[in-house]
Design a protein around this ligand. Structure first.
Ligand SMILES: [Zn+2]
Length: 502
């Protein structure tokens, strides 16, 4: 399909056991802004890159400071006036105080660093979450423009399922530079999205088009576009690829494509009148955020073995004029494709690739061309439904699920990752349980709260050995997503007094 097949395709990676990464002291070490590539790509949006980096650095460093601060705290626990000293120290370093209950009686017993650690992770997340909804640091003014563009390309909904791996959590806002509010994101281990859930979303979308004319009228000739994003690691393909597919890149691509086809077949078999959807498969190199775009051909079919490589495009367009970036990329695609997809798909692909060129420059400029944390370095597991505020790389392992049973595979992968990151070092696994609800539906909040508690109980039952060893801590939150509200804390596993309880 594409004439760059031979040169851009990497040899297939065979299955290997997942490699554990040991979290370095102080967590994520961020690059200090060193440049590995002096020249900026003409299509790169430097001002946006700078804004995105400032936000990434602010949040990641807030989490990275926790461990060194707790080490110092641990060392000072037998000093006189410890409690007051500790509060001053933690407050100046982390921006919040610790619950008094966690510091009490330190002269007679060991500090419970495990609980303090979980508190700090949860508090840092709560601050980040509040800030996200208050100040909208990653907002894009172009939401309406993007929807219009999408419809011009022949699509009314963009529904993306990346792998649940935290190294893909920034795929919408950073890697593809899309407005996160205009794109549906639902992550699954190995990008193995739930076909029934997608079918339900498709039906809901088509119903809204019929009933409300939203996002566009049902008679408009547009389609639902489903995208799956698998991933690999170019520097450590056998160890730092997708855990859900044994770090086997081709297996990850094939499986994601199969799932896409199942969804399309599901729509076609369930609804008459030529109902169908369009598909797109994307591969992400988690070392440097370079994407591979597996475009459909003229018949809508995708080949998991061939793709357009954004790194090659980056190189090929280094001297191009910035005046008409997407048109230049469109021409590049037309030259590359043996069988062109629809004109709209080519336009959308050009936009995605153009966004990715900015991200490639971003990684080159701020992370020396390759992230230091190429392996797992997530700080917590996000479980349930929601997490719009998590748009950053390697911060959160997602487990989108309504019940622990249905999401068992995703949770197992998450706990396995955090066993290597935290539990093996004696640190607890922090899990934020979240349930977003629509406030205009009567009783929705009550049901969301009940769901959170059910998930909490089921999680503890499934991973009881962690629970018994004090290696599992949870924070429970709900959020009314229909009025863009902040998330609300409704409970926590931390045993604290009333004044400071979450
Ligand atoms: Zn994965």
């Amino acid at each position: 399909m594409f004439n760059n097949k031979a040169k851009s395709r990497r040899p297939l990676q065979r299955q290997q056991p997942m490699q554990r990464s040991t979290r370095p002291l102080g967590r994520v070490a961020l690059a200090g802004g060193g440049l590995s590539s002096s020249a900026t790509h003409p299509f790169a949006r430097s001002a946006e890159n700078s804004r995105l980096f400032a936000y990434e650095q602010q949040v990641k460093q807030a989490f990275a400071r926790i461990e060194p601060v707790l080490k110092s705290l641990s060392a000072m626990q037998h000093e006189s006036d410890f409690e007051a000293q500790a509060q001053r120290f933690v407050s100046s370093e982390l921006g919040f105080e610790l619950p008094a209950a966690l510091l009490a009686d330190s002269w007679i017993k060991q500090l419970d660093i495990s609980q303090i650690y979980a508190w700090c992770v949860f508090e840092t997340f709560r601050k980040m979450s509040d800030d996200f909804f208050d100040t909208k640091p990653l907002a894009d003014d172009d939401d309406a423009e993007f929807q219009e563009f999408l419809e011009q390309c022949g699509f009314h909904t963009l529904d993306v399922s990346p792998c649940a791996d935290g190294r893909l959590a920034h795929v919408i806002r950073y890697v593809l530079r899309l407005p996160y509010k205009s794109v549906r994101r639902k992550s699954y281990a190995g990008a193995m999205f739930d076909v029934e859930d997608s079918l339900q979303k498709w039906s809901e979308t088509e119903m809204r088009r019929h009933r409300e004319g939203q996002p566009n009228s049902a008679d408009a000739a547009t389609r639902y576009l489903k995208v799956a994003v698998y991933h690999h690691s170019s520097s450590q393909p056998d160890g730092e690829g997708c855990a859900a597919h044994g770090s086997d890149t081709q297996r990850a691509a094939d499986a994601a494509l199969e799932r896409l086809k199942d969804f399309r077949q599901g729509v076609e078999n369930s609804f008459c009148c030529g109902a169908s959807i369009d598909l797109l498969l994307i591969g992400l190199d988690t070392d440097n955020d370079v994407i591979r775009l597996h475009l459909p051909d003229a018949d809508g079919e995708i080949d998991a073995m061939s793709y357009v490589d954004a790194a090659e495009l980056h190189q090929a367009t280094r001297s191009a004029s910035a005046a008409n970036a997407e048109a230049v990329i469109g021409e590049y695609l037309q030259a590359k494709c043996h069988s062109l997809p629809s004109e709209g798909m080519v336009r959308l692909a050009a936009r995605l690739l153009c966004g990715n060129l900015s991200q490639i420059d971003y990684v080159r400029q701020y992370h020396n061309g390759c992230y230091q944390d190429i392996g797992h370095q997530e700080c917590f597991i996000g479980m349930g439904i929601g997490f719009e505020e998590v748009q950053l790389r390697n911060l959160t392992y997602f487990a989108y699920l309504k019940t622990v049973e249905e999401g068992a595979k995703d949770m197992d992968v998450g706990i396995k990752i955090f066993t290597g990151l935290n539990a093996n070092r004696g640190l607890p696994i922090p899990v934020v349980i979240r349930y977003d609800y629509h406030g205009h539906v009567p009783g929705a909040r009550v049901r969301a709260v009940a769901r959170c508690h059910q998930l909490d109980t089921a999680l503890r039952n499934r991973f009881s050995e962690y629970e018994e060893r004090g290696l599992l801590h949870t924070l429970l939150m709900v959020r009314d997503c229909s009025n863009d509200a902040k998330a609300e804390t409704i409970g926590s596993s931390l045993k604290l007094n009333k004044q400071v309880a979450h």
